[in-house]
Design a binder for this molecule. Structure first.
Ligand code: SF4
Length: 132
């Protein structure tokens, strides 16, 4: 049986359930995904997306740095920007500064009930052992 060089613990990127994944890697390539039975979220179970849907990781089109629109949207308008040329790469510091400024702007303009943030965290082995 193939033995992994390492196993990396993370969170499934597909839906809001946030199942715990263990990525089995050989020569820096994922060849299998499992989930620990002691995961408080999914108790070792995964759906087909979490179990087999990791080929996107190796796509040359994968976004690996924060992107900011070159032409910002106007307030109240939603426009699509599918062409990569409509975006510019920025550092994480710049991206977080922009997000912080926008949240403060929304808070000041519309009040404390207006901002909504959605986030996802990566679960590590240390996280899991701390919760058990
Ligand atoms: S494994 Fe399936 S149910 Fe779990 S977070 Fe991923 S997509 Fe959602």
């Amino acid at each position: 049986m193939l033995q992994p060089d390492r196993i990396t613990s993370t969170t499934c990127p597909y839906c809001g359930v946030g199942c715990t994944l263990e990525l089995h890697l050989k020569q820096d390539t994922i060849y299998k995904v499992t989930s620990p039975f002691d995961s408080p979220v999914n108790h070792g179970n995964l759906c087909v997306k979490g179990r087999f849907g990791y080929d996107f990781i190796y796509s040359p089109k994968r976004v690996t740095t924060p992107l900011i629109r070159k032409i910002p949207q106007r307030a109240g308008e939603r426009t699509q920007a599918f062409d990569r040329s409509e975006w510019r790469e920025v550092s994480w510091d710049e991206a977080l500064d922009i997000i912080a400024d926008r949240l403060v702007e929304i808070y000041r303009r519309d009040g404390s009930d207006a901002p909504l943030t959605i986030g996802c965290v990566v679960s590590t082995a240390a996280d899991r052992s701390a919760r058990v």
